[in-house]
Design a protein around this ligand. Structure first.
Ligand code: FEO
Length: 397
C-alpha cells in the first residue's frame, strides 16, 4: 500500500476495516470503519499522526515500508483504535517521540505502558516545526474522552481532527461526498459525541477562527467541503431540535402496536415528522441517529410481569446514556392486569431533561376511548413543537 497524497507533503495512511461489524461490542457498523493515520513531511522532520487499531497494524506498516525515519508520533486520543499500534511504531522507530497533551500521556502510559521518557508534552496552542510545515495543537477535550485534541497544519489549512467529524465508513475514496457521508457521520456523532453536545458547541466556536480547507478525521474519508461538515454539526449539536417525534416501540400481542400506529398517523396528520423504530431487533446506531434531532421521544411498551418490556428498558437506558436534546417524552402501552411500565421508563431517563407528557397506558386492546387519549397526546405534541422545534424539512440528506 502506498500513502495517498492529500496535498504536498501530507499523506493519508487509511486502514480500512471493511468487515468489522461492531464497535465497542455495541454499535453496528453497516459500512465497516477505518482507522486513519496521516503522515506530514517537512523539509527536516516527519510526523506520523495517530496509528491504527492493532488488529490492522500490518496495513499501517505496509504504508510505512519506505519510510526510514519518523521523528514524531502525534497522538490525539488514547483510545486504542488510534493509539493501539503506537508501541509497535516506537519499536520500529525508537528515536521517535510521542507528542501529546499531559492527560493523553497519562492514558497512554496506563493503557499501553509507553514509558514516560518517550513523550514530548504539548500545551494548547503550542506549535512544532517540521521544516516548512507547522503543526499547531488544538485541545478539544471531551469529544468523547477528556484528553482529545486536534492538530492544525498551518501552511496547508488542514485540521487533523481525530474522532471529531469522523464517520464509521470503510472506503477507497480519499474525499467525502455530501450525499454519502451525511448518514455515516450522523450515526457516528450520535453514538459518541451527542452526550457531549455542549463541548462540541464550544469546539465549533473555537475552530471558527481557523481557515480550514481540509478536515482529516481518524475515521472515514477526508472532507474538502468543510462548510457543509461544520453546518451539519451545528444542526446536530447547537440548533433547536426538529419538529420530529421518535416513536420507539415493542409490542407482544398487538395492543401496544395499535396505540403506536394511531399515534404515528395522528402526528403525521398534524405535520409532525415521525421516525418509528421497532425495538424487537434494534440497530443501536439507528436508534441513536433518530434521537439526534427529535423534539419528542415516545416509548411504546407492553407490561411484562410488573414492569416495562426489557427491550424498551434497554432502549430507554441507551437514550439516557446518549443525552439527546429532546424536550418532551411520553410512554404509551398496554397491560394485562397491572404494572409499573411508566415508572420503570421514567426512572431510567434522568439525563434527558425533557417534560413528561401525560402517558397513555391502557388495559388490553385499546378501545375508542383509549385511542382518543392517543389523539389528544398527538395534538399536545404538535402544539408543544410550535415554537420549540424547527421544521424537519431543514434536515439535509
Ligand atoms: Fe475512534 Fe474514540 O476512538
Amino acid at each position: 500500500m502506498k500513502p495517498v497524497k492529500i496535498t504536498e507533503g501530507v499523506y493519508s495512511l487509511r486502514v480500512n476495516h471493511f468487515n468489522r461489524r461492531l464497535f465497542d461490542s455495541l454499535i453496528p457498523l453497516p459500512e465497516g470503519t477505518s482507522y486513519n493515520a496521516y503522515l506530514v513531511k517537512g523539509s527536516e522532520k516527519t510526523a506520523l499522526l495517530d496509528s491504527a487499531d492493532p488488529e490492522k497494524a500490518e496495513v499501517l506498516f505496509d504504508y510505512l515500508k519506505g519510510e526510514e525515519k519518523i521523528d514524531y508520533v502525534v497522538s490525539h486520543h488514547a483510545e486504542q483504535d488510534h493509539s493501539g499500534s503506537i508501541p509497535l511504531v516506537l519499536a520500529r522507530y525508537p528515536q521517535a517521540k510521542v507528542v501529546t497533551n499531559p492527560k493523553c500521556k497519562e492514558f497512554l502510559m496506563t493503557h499501553l505502558h509507553i514509558p514516560a521518557e518517550k513523550f514530548m508534552e504539548v500545551k494548547d496552542g503550542d506549535t512544532l516545526q517540521l521544516g516548512g510545515k507547522t503543526l499547531e495543537f488544538v485541545y478539544l477535550p471531551w469529544v468523547h474522552w477528556p484528553e482529545t485534541m486536534a492538530t492544525y497544519l498551518r501552511e496547508d489549512n488542514c485540521l487533523f481532527s481525530c474522532d471529531f467529524f469522523g464517520a464509521h465508513l470503510a472506503t477507497g475514496e480519499l474525499f467525502s461526498e455530501e450525499h454519502t457521508i451525511y448518514e455515516p457521520m450522523k450515526r457516528y456523532y450520535a453514538e459518541i459525541m451527542m452526550p457531549f453536545r455542549s463541548n462540541i458547541k464550544s469546539h465549533l466556536e473555537k475552530l471558527a477562527k481557523y481557515e480550514i480547507k481540509f478536515i482529516a478525521p481518524s475515521h472515514g474519508p477526508v472532507h474538502k467541503n468543510t462548510r457543509f461538515i461544520m453546518d451539519i454539526y451545528r444542526d446536530w449539536a447547537v440548533s433547536e431540535p426538529h419538529n420530529k417525534a421518535v416513536v420507539a416501540y415493542i409490542s407482544m400481542h398487538g395492543s401496544t402496536y395499535a396505540l403506536v400506529s394511531r399515534l404515528v398517523s395522528r402526528l403525521q396528520e398534524f405535520g409532525v415528522c415521525v421516525e418509528k423504530l421497532n425495538l424487537e431487533q434494534p440497530d443501536e446506531g439507528r436508534v441513536a441517529m433518530a434521537l439526534v434531532d427529535a423534539a419528542t421521544i415516545v416509548i411504546g411498551t407492553p407490561t411484562v410481569l410488573t414492569g416495562a418490556h426489557p427491550k424498551a428498558v434497554y432502549a430507554a437506558h441507551l437514550a439516557n446514556l446518549l443525552r439527546p436534546k429532546a424536550k418532551f417524552v411520553s410512554v404509551i402501552g398496554s397491560y394485562g392486569w397491572g404494572g409499573r411500565a411508566v415508572e420503570t421508563i421514567a426512572g431510567l431517563i434522568p439525563n434527558i431533561k425533557a417534560e413528561l407528557l401525560k402517558p397513555v397506558i391502557v388495559k388490553g386492546l385499546p378501545t375508542e376511548a383509549d385511542l382518543k387519549q392517543i389523539d389528544d397526546l398527538a395534538a399536545l405534541i404538535a402544539e408543544k413543537h410550535k415554537g420549540a422545534a424547527i421544521p424537519c424539512q431543514t434536515v439535509r440528506i
